[in-house]
Design a protein around this ligand. Structure first.
Ligand code: AMP
Length: 398
Protein backbone atom coordinates (compact mmCIF):
# COMPACT_ATOMS: atom_id res chain seq x y z
CA UNK A 1 0.00 0.00 0.00
CA UNK A 2 1.23 3.49 -0.84
CA UNK A 3 1.58 6.09 1.91
CA UNK A 4 1.39 9.83 1.69
CA UNK A 5 4.76 10.37 3.39
CA UNK A 6 6.70 8.28 0.88
CA UNK A 7 4.78 9.24 -2.27
CA UNK A 8 6.24 11.90 -4.55
CA UNK A 9 3.47 14.12 -5.90
CA UNK A 10 5.68 16.09 -8.30
CA UNK A 11 3.69 16.84 -11.44
CA UNK A 12 0.63 14.93 -10.14
CA UNK A 13 -2.91 16.12 -9.51
CA UNK A 14 -4.12 14.73 -6.20
CA UNK A 15 -7.86 14.31 -5.78
CA UNK A 16 -8.40 14.61 -2.01
CA UNK A 17 -11.63 13.69 -0.21
CA UNK A 18 -11.62 16.02 2.77
CA UNK A 19 -14.19 16.56 5.49
CA UNK A 20 -15.06 20.23 5.15
CA UNK A 21 -18.49 19.72 6.71
CA UNK A 22 -17.96 22.75 8.93
CA UNK A 23 -20.53 24.76 10.89
CA UNK A 24 -21.65 28.03 9.25
CA UNK A 25 -23.27 31.08 10.79
CA UNK A 26 -26.93 30.89 9.69
CA UNK A 27 -27.15 34.59 8.75
CA UNK A 28 -23.71 35.44 7.34
CA UNK A 29 -22.86 31.89 6.15
CA UNK A 30 -19.34 32.38 7.51
CA UNK A 31 -17.42 29.45 8.95
CA UNK A 32 -17.79 29.47 12.75
CA UNK A 33 -15.33 26.65 13.50
CA UNK A 34 -12.47 25.93 11.09
CA UNK A 35 -11.11 22.89 12.97
CA UNK A 36 -11.83 20.48 10.11
CA UNK A 37 -10.25 22.78 7.54
CA UNK A 38 -7.14 23.25 9.68
CA UNK A 39 -6.95 19.46 10.09
CA UNK A 40 -6.59 18.95 6.33
CA UNK A 41 -3.78 21.45 5.81
CA UNK A 42 -0.90 19.03 6.44
CA UNK A 43 -2.08 16.63 3.73
CA UNK A 44 -2.72 19.41 1.20
CA UNK A 45 0.66 21.04 1.87
CA UNK A 46 2.52 17.76 1.40
CA UNK A 47 1.20 17.49 -2.17
CA UNK A 48 1.87 21.16 -2.95
CA UNK A 49 5.37 21.13 -1.45
CA UNK A 50 6.26 18.10 -3.57
CA UNK A 51 5.31 20.07 -6.68
CA UNK A 52 1.84 18.65 -7.21
CA UNK A 53 -1.60 20.24 -7.48
CA UNK A 54 -4.72 19.56 -5.44
CA UNK A 55 -8.42 19.04 -6.19
CA UNK A 56 -10.46 19.09 -2.98
CA UNK A 57 -13.88 17.44 -2.70
CA UNK A 58 -16.24 17.36 0.28
CA UNK A 59 -19.83 17.41 1.39
CA UNK A 60 -21.36 20.16 3.51
CA UNK A 61 -24.55 19.77 5.53
CA UNK A 62 -27.57 17.83 4.38
CA UNK A 63 -28.78 19.27 1.07
CA UNK A 64 -31.70 17.43 -0.50
CA UNK A 65 -29.71 16.19 -3.51
CA UNK A 66 -29.97 19.53 -5.32
CA UNK A 67 -27.92 22.74 -5.09
CA UNK A 68 -28.91 24.92 -2.12
CA UNK A 69 -26.94 28.16 -1.53
CA UNK A 70 -26.73 27.62 2.24
CA UNK A 71 -24.83 24.39 1.64
CA UNK A 72 -22.50 25.74 -1.05
CA UNK A 73 -18.81 25.16 -0.44
CA UNK A 74 -18.27 28.60 -1.98
CA UNK A 75 -19.09 29.87 1.53
CA UNK A 76 -15.88 28.36 2.87
CA UNK A 77 -13.45 29.45 0.12
CA UNK A 78 -12.04 32.43 2.05
CA UNK A 79 -11.49 30.28 5.16
CA UNK A 80 -9.68 27.59 3.17
CA UNK A 81 -7.54 30.34 1.59
CA UNK A 82 -6.74 31.76 5.03
CA UNK A 83 -5.74 28.38 6.45
CA UNK A 84 -3.65 27.47 3.40
CA UNK A 85 -2.13 30.93 3.05
CA UNK A 86 -2.83 31.06 -0.69
CA UNK A 87 -5.69 31.71 -3.07
CA UNK A 88 -7.64 28.77 -4.48
CA UNK A 89 -10.11 28.36 -7.33
CA UNK A 90 -13.64 27.04 -7.07
CA UNK A 91 -15.77 24.95 -9.45
CA UNK A 92 -19.49 25.47 -9.03
CA UNK A 93 -20.49 21.92 -9.98
CA UNK A 94 -18.23 19.05 -9.00
CA UNK A 95 -18.81 17.21 -12.28
CA UNK A 96 -19.58 20.19 -14.54
CA UNK A 97 -17.70 20.94 -17.75
CA UNK A 98 -15.99 23.97 -16.17
CA UNK A 99 -14.86 21.85 -13.24
CA UNK A 100 -13.06 19.46 -15.59
CA UNK A 101 -11.51 22.34 -17.53
CA UNK A 102 -10.25 23.81 -14.29
CA UNK A 103 -8.81 20.57 -12.91
CA UNK A 104 -7.20 19.70 -16.26
CA UNK A 105 -5.30 22.99 -16.36
CA UNK A 106 -4.21 23.12 -12.72
CA UNK A 107 -0.56 24.06 -12.34
CA UNK A 108 1.79 22.69 -9.68
CA UNK A 109 1.13 24.49 -6.40
CA UNK A 110 -2.50 25.30 -7.29
CA UNK A 111 -5.65 24.20 -5.46
CA UNK A 112 -9.19 23.73 -6.79
CA UNK A 113 -12.19 23.22 -4.50
CA UNK A 114 -15.19 21.41 -6.01
CA UNK A 115 -18.80 22.25 -5.11
CA UNK A 116 -20.68 20.15 -2.55
CA UNK A 117 -20.73 16.50 -3.61
CA UNK A 118 -24.15 15.99 -2.04
CA UNK A 119 -25.76 18.30 -4.58
CA UNK A 120 -25.84 15.05 -6.58
CA UNK A 121 -27.80 12.17 -5.11
CA UNK A 122 -25.40 9.71 -6.71
CA UNK A 123 -22.81 10.69 -4.08
CA UNK A 124 -24.65 9.11 -1.14
CA UNK A 125 -25.95 6.28 -3.30
CA UNK A 126 -22.36 5.39 -4.14
CA UNK A 127 -23.01 5.73 -7.88
CA UNK A 128 -20.23 4.15 -9.90
CA UNK A 129 -20.67 6.42 -12.93
CA UNK A 130 -20.53 9.47 -10.64
CA UNK A 131 -17.41 8.13 -8.90
CA UNK A 132 -15.78 7.52 -12.28
CA UNK A 133 -16.47 11.12 -13.30
CA UNK A 134 -14.97 12.38 -10.04
CA UNK A 135 -11.90 10.22 -10.61
CA UNK A 136 -11.12 12.19 -13.78
CA UNK A 137 -10.11 15.15 -11.61
CA UNK A 138 -6.95 13.45 -10.36
CA UNK A 139 -4.00 11.19 -11.09
CA UNK A 140 -3.92 10.00 -7.51
CA UNK A 141 -6.64 9.66 -4.85
CA UNK A 142 -6.22 10.52 -1.17
CA UNK A 143 -8.93 9.85 1.39
CA UNK A 144 -8.54 12.12 4.41
CA UNK A 145 -12.18 12.25 5.53
CA UNK A 146 -12.38 9.96 8.54
CA UNK A 147 -15.81 11.29 9.55
CA UNK A 148 -17.40 9.71 6.47
CA UNK A 149 -15.18 6.61 6.20
CA UNK A 150 -18.04 4.45 7.51
CA UNK A 151 -20.18 5.35 4.49
CA UNK A 152 -19.83 3.66 1.11
CA UNK A 153 -20.37 6.90 -0.77
CA UNK A 154 -19.01 7.61 -4.26
CA UNK A 155 -16.25 9.97 -3.10
CA UNK A 156 -15.27 8.08 0.06
CA UNK A 157 -15.22 4.50 -1.23
CA UNK A 158 -16.29 3.80 -4.81
CA UNK A 159 -13.91 6.30 -6.40
CA UNK A 160 -10.90 4.39 -5.03
CA UNK A 161 -11.38 1.59 -7.55
CA UNK A 162 -10.45 3.98 -10.35
CA UNK A 163 -7.01 4.42 -8.78
CA UNK A 164 -5.89 0.80 -8.35
CA UNK A 165 -2.23 1.80 -7.99
CA UNK A 166 -2.36 5.35 -6.70
CA UNK A 167 -4.65 5.55 -3.67
CA UNK A 168 -3.73 6.26 -0.09
CA UNK A 169 -4.84 7.76 3.22
CA UNK A 170 -4.10 11.35 4.15
CA UNK A 171 -2.28 12.20 7.37
CA UNK A 172 -5.52 12.73 9.27
CA UNK A 173 -6.96 9.27 8.60
CA UNK A 174 -3.55 7.71 9.23
CA UNK A 175 -3.52 9.31 12.67
CA UNK A 176 -7.11 8.29 13.43
CA UNK A 177 -6.41 4.66 12.54
CA UNK A 178 -3.16 4.66 14.47
CA UNK A 179 -4.86 6.09 17.57
CA UNK A 180 -7.75 3.63 17.65
CA UNK A 181 -5.40 0.72 16.91
CA UNK A 182 -3.22 1.83 19.77
CA UNK A 183 -6.14 1.66 22.18
CA UNK A 184 -7.39 -1.67 20.82
CA UNK A 185 -4.09 -3.47 20.34
CA UNK A 186 -1.67 -2.04 22.83
CA UNK A 187 -0.53 -4.27 25.65
CA UNK A 188 -0.06 -1.28 27.95
CA UNK A 189 -2.22 -1.45 31.04
CA UNK A 190 -4.41 -0.43 32.73
CA UNK A 191 -6.84 0.56 29.98
CA UNK A 192 -9.79 2.62 31.15
CA UNK A 193 -12.82 3.45 29.03
CA UNK A 194 -15.08 6.31 30.05
CA UNK A 195 -18.49 6.08 28.44
CA UNK A 196 -21.09 8.78 29.01
CA UNK A 197 -23.75 10.62 27.10
CA UNK A 198 -27.46 10.27 27.02
CA UNK A 199 -28.46 6.68 26.41
CA UNK A 200 -27.40 3.11 26.99
CA UNK A 201 -29.12 2.11 23.75
CA UNK A 202 -26.76 4.11 21.53
CA UNK A 203 -23.62 2.85 23.28
CA UNK A 204 -24.48 -0.76 23.97
CA UNK A 205 -22.44 -2.27 21.11
CA UNK A 206 -19.35 -0.34 22.05
CA UNK A 207 -19.73 -1.12 25.76
CA UNK A 208 -20.05 -4.84 25.03
CA UNK A 209 -17.02 -4.73 22.76
CA UNK A 210 -14.99 -2.81 25.33
CA UNK A 211 -15.64 -5.35 28.07
CA UNK A 212 -13.22 -7.68 26.26
CA UNK A 213 -10.48 -5.06 26.27
CA UNK A 214 -10.61 -2.78 29.25
CA UNK A 215 -9.49 -3.08 32.85
CA UNK A 216 -11.93 -0.44 34.04
CA UNK A 217 -15.16 0.88 32.61
CA UNK A 218 -16.50 4.19 33.89
CA UNK A 219 -20.15 4.88 33.17
CA UNK A 220 -21.43 8.45 33.46
CA UNK A 221 -24.02 10.78 31.95
CA UNK A 222 -27.69 9.96 31.51
CA UNK A 223 -27.03 6.27 30.91
CA UNK A 224 -25.72 5.83 34.46
CA UNK A 225 -29.28 6.05 35.82
CA UNK A 226 -30.43 2.99 33.91
CA UNK A 227 -27.56 1.13 35.59
CA UNK A 228 -28.45 2.59 39.00
CA UNK A 229 -32.07 1.51 38.53
CA UNK A 230 -30.95 -1.95 37.42
CA UNK A 231 -29.09 -2.19 40.72
CA UNK A 232 -32.32 -1.47 42.57
CA UNK A 233 -31.85 2.25 43.14
CA UNK A 234 -34.49 4.96 43.11
CA UNK A 235 -33.48 7.42 40.40
CA UNK A 236 -36.43 9.81 40.53
CA UNK A 237 -37.16 11.46 37.18
CA UNK A 238 -33.72 10.86 35.70
CA UNK A 239 -33.35 9.72 32.10
CA UNK A 240 -34.18 6.02 32.09
CA UNK A 241 -34.47 3.43 29.37
CA UNK A 242 -36.64 0.77 30.95
CA UNK A 243 -36.11 -1.51 27.95
CA UNK A 244 -32.41 -1.56 28.79
CA UNK A 245 -32.56 -2.44 32.49
CA UNK A 246 -32.02 -6.09 31.61
CA UNK A 247 -29.12 -5.12 29.32
CA UNK A 248 -27.57 -3.07 32.13
CA UNK A 249 -27.83 -6.09 34.42
CA UNK A 250 -26.14 -8.25 31.80
CA UNK A 251 -23.31 -5.72 31.46
CA UNK A 252 -22.86 -5.65 35.23
CA UNK A 253 -22.66 -9.47 35.32
CA UNK A 254 -20.35 -9.64 32.32
CA UNK A 255 -18.00 -7.05 33.79
CA UNK A 256 -17.77 -9.14 36.94
CA UNK A 257 -17.12 -12.32 34.97
CA UNK A 258 -14.43 -10.64 32.89
CA UNK A 259 -12.83 -9.02 35.89
CA UNK A 260 -13.53 -5.52 34.62
CA UNK A 261 -13.88 -2.87 37.31
CA UNK A 262 -17.20 -1.16 36.61
CA UNK A 263 -17.58 2.33 38.07
CA UNK A 264 -21.02 3.91 38.30
CA UNK A 265 -21.39 7.36 39.93
CA UNK A 266 -22.06 7.02 43.65
CA UNK A 267 -23.47 10.52 43.94
CA UNK A 268 -25.35 12.84 41.64
CA UNK A 269 -26.22 16.48 41.16
CA UNK A 270 -30.01 16.31 40.91
CA UNK A 271 -32.20 19.11 39.55
CA UNK A 272 -35.89 19.86 39.90
CA UNK A 273 -36.14 20.68 36.19
CA UNK A 274 -34.08 20.30 32.99
CA UNK A 275 -32.79 23.86 33.02
CA UNK A 276 -29.80 25.99 33.94
CA UNK A 277 -32.13 27.81 36.38
CA UNK A 278 -33.12 24.62 38.19
CA UNK A 279 -32.82 24.12 41.94
CA UNK A 280 -30.20 21.48 42.67
CA UNK A 281 -29.21 19.10 45.42
CA UNK A 282 -26.50 16.48 45.71
CA UNK A 283 -27.73 13.01 46.61
CA UNK A 284 -26.76 9.37 46.36
CA UNK A 285 -27.40 8.14 42.83
CA UNK A 286 -29.61 5.35 44.15
CA UNK A 287 -31.66 7.71 46.32
CA UNK A 288 -32.77 10.48 43.96
CA UNK A 289 -36.10 11.85 45.26
CA UNK A 290 -39.17 11.63 43.05
CA UNK A 291 -39.55 14.72 40.90
CA UNK A 292 -35.77 15.26 40.75
CA UNK A 293 -33.47 14.22 37.91
CA UNK A 294 -29.75 13.51 37.85
CA UNK A 295 -27.99 15.90 35.47
CA UNK A 296 -24.36 15.58 36.54
CA UNK A 297 -22.12 13.30 38.55
CA UNK A 298 -21.43 14.39 42.14
CA UNK A 299 -18.09 15.31 43.69
CA UNK A 300 -17.61 11.85 45.22
CA UNK A 301 -18.07 10.18 41.83
CA UNK A 302 -15.77 12.69 40.16
CA UNK A 303 -13.05 11.92 42.73
CA UNK A 304 -13.41 8.16 42.28
CA UNK A 305 -13.36 8.47 38.48
CA UNK A 306 -10.37 10.81 38.61
CA UNK A 307 -8.21 8.43 40.62
CA UNK A 308 -9.06 5.59 38.23
CA UNK A 309 -8.16 7.79 35.24
CA UNK A 310 -4.90 8.98 36.79
CA UNK A 311 -3.81 5.37 37.37
CA UNK A 312 -4.40 4.47 33.68
CA UNK A 313 -1.92 4.12 30.85
CA UNK A 314 -4.51 4.04 28.06
CA UNK A 315 -7.71 6.05 28.16
CA UNK A 316 -10.67 6.08 25.81
CA UNK A 317 -13.36 8.67 26.40
CA UNK A 318 -16.71 8.80 24.68
CA UNK A 319 -19.62 10.91 25.94
CA UNK A 320 -20.04 13.55 28.66
CA UNK A 321 -20.67 12.91 32.37
CA UNK A 322 -23.64 15.25 32.55
CA UNK A 323 -25.54 17.96 30.72
CA UNK A 324 -22.32 19.90 30.22
CA UNK A 325 -23.96 22.34 27.80
CA UNK A 326 -25.59 23.95 30.87
CA UNK A 327 -23.08 25.69 33.16
CA UNK A 328 -24.78 24.35 36.26
CA UNK A 329 -24.13 20.74 35.18
CA UNK A 330 -20.74 21.00 33.48
CA UNK A 331 -18.52 20.42 36.52
CA UNK A 332 -18.35 16.62 36.39
CA UNK A 333 -17.48 16.55 32.69
CA UNK A 334 -14.90 19.29 33.18
CA UNK A 335 -13.23 17.45 36.05
CA UNK A 336 -13.06 14.25 34.03
CA UNK A 337 -11.65 16.18 31.04
CA UNK A 338 -8.99 17.70 33.30
CA UNK A 339 -8.13 14.29 34.75
CA UNK A 340 -7.73 12.84 31.23
CA UNK A 341 -5.43 15.77 30.36
CA UNK A 342 -3.43 15.29 33.57
CA UNK A 343 -3.07 11.53 32.99
CA UNK A 344 -1.85 12.28 29.45
CA UNK A 345 0.75 14.66 30.81
CA UNK A 346 1.90 11.89 33.11
CA UNK A 347 2.49 9.64 30.10
CA UNK A 348 -0.84 7.95 29.35
CA UNK A 349 -2.23 7.76 25.81
CA UNK A 350 -5.71 9.27 25.59
CA UNK A 351 -8.20 9.09 22.76
CA UNK A 352 -11.30 11.27 22.90
CA UNK A 353 -13.97 10.75 20.31
CA UNK A 354 -17.54 10.18 19.38
CA UNK A 355 -20.60 11.84 20.81
CA UNK A 356 -20.31 15.10 22.62
CA UNK A 357 -17.08 14.43 24.48
CA UNK A 358 -15.20 16.18 21.67
CA UNK A 359 -17.39 19.26 22.12
CA UNK A 360 -16.75 19.04 25.87
CA UNK A 361 -12.97 18.87 25.43
CA UNK A 362 -13.17 21.88 23.13
CA UNK A 363 -15.45 23.77 25.51
CA UNK A 364 -12.84 23.42 28.26
CA UNK A 365 -10.02 24.13 25.79
CA UNK A 366 -8.23 20.85 26.50
CA UNK A 367 -7.87 19.60 22.92
CA UNK A 368 -4.11 20.05 22.95
CA UNK A 369 -3.69 18.31 26.30
CA UNK A 370 -5.03 14.90 25.23
CA UNK A 371 -3.23 12.56 22.81
CA UNK A 372 -5.84 12.47 20.07
CA UNK A 373 -9.26 14.00 19.51
CA UNK A 374 -11.05 12.05 16.84
CA UNK A 375 -12.75 13.97 14.04
CA UNK A 376 -15.15 11.15 13.26
CA UNK A 377 -17.90 10.41 15.76
CA UNK A 378 -19.83 7.56 14.16
CA UNK A 379 -16.81 6.37 12.18
CA UNK A 380 -14.67 6.10 15.28
CA UNK A 381 -17.31 4.16 17.17
CA UNK A 382 -17.79 1.72 14.30
CA UNK A 383 -14.04 1.25 13.97
CA UNK A 384 -13.75 0.64 17.70
CA UNK A 385 -16.58 -1.86 17.48
CA UNK A 386 -14.39 -3.80 15.07
CA UNK A 387 -16.40 -3.11 11.92
CA UNK A 388 -14.58 -2.77 8.64
CA UNK A 389 -15.19 0.76 7.40
CA UNK A 390 -15.82 0.87 3.63
CA UNK A 391 -13.70 3.99 3.13
CA UNK A 392 -10.75 2.35 4.85
CA UNK A 393 -11.21 -1.04 3.18
CA UNK A 394 -11.30 0.66 -0.25
CA UNK A 395 -7.76 1.93 0.29
CA UNK A 396 -6.38 -1.18 1.96
CA UNK A 397 -7.79 -3.71 -0.49
CA UNK A 398 -6.62 -4.15 -4.05
P1 AMP B 1 -24.14 11.32 23.33
O1 AMP B 1 -24.29 12.00 21.99
O2 AMP B 1 -24.83 10.03 23.43
O3 AMP B 1 -22.70 11.27 23.77
O4 AMP B 1 -24.95 12.22 24.36
C1 AMP B 1 -24.57 13.51 24.66
C2 AMP B 1 -25.70 14.21 25.36
O5 AMP B 1 -26.03 13.55 26.56
C3 AMP B 1 -25.35 15.62 25.72
O6 AMP B 1 -26.13 16.51 24.97
C4 AMP B 1 -25.67 15.72 27.20
O7 AMP B 1 -26.38 16.90 27.54
C5 AMP B 1 -26.57 14.51 27.42
N1 AMP B 1 -26.54 14.07 28.81
C6 AMP B 1 -25.46 13.81 29.56
N2 AMP B 1 -25.82 13.49 30.82
C7 AMP B 1 -27.16 13.57 30.89
C8 AMP B 1 -28.13 13.37 31.92
N3 AMP B 1 -27.74 13.03 33.15
N4 AMP B 1 -29.42 13.52 31.62
C9 AMP B 1 -29.79 13.87 30.37
N5 AMP B 1 -28.93 14.08 29.34
C10 AMP B 1 -27.64 13.92 29.60
Amino acid sequence: MKTISTYNFKGKRALIRVDFNVPLNKQTLEVTDATRIKAAVQTIKKVLNDGGSVVLMSHLGRPKNVPEPIFSLKNIVSTVEKELGQSISFASDCIGERAFEKSATLQPGEVLLLENLRFHQREKKGGEDFAELLSKHGDVYINDAFGTAHRAHASTTIVAKFFPEDKMFGYLIEKEIESVDKVLNSTQKPLTAIVGGAKVSSKITIITKLLDKVDSLIIGGGMAYTFAKALGGNVGNSLIEDDYIQTANEIIAEAKAKNVKLLIPADTVAADEFSDEAKTQVCNTNEIPDGWMGLDIGEGAAEAFKSEILASKLILWNGPMGVFEMNKFQKGTKEIALAVAEATEKGAFSLVGGGDSVAAVNKFDLGKRVSHVSTGGGAMLEYLEGKQLPGIAAILND
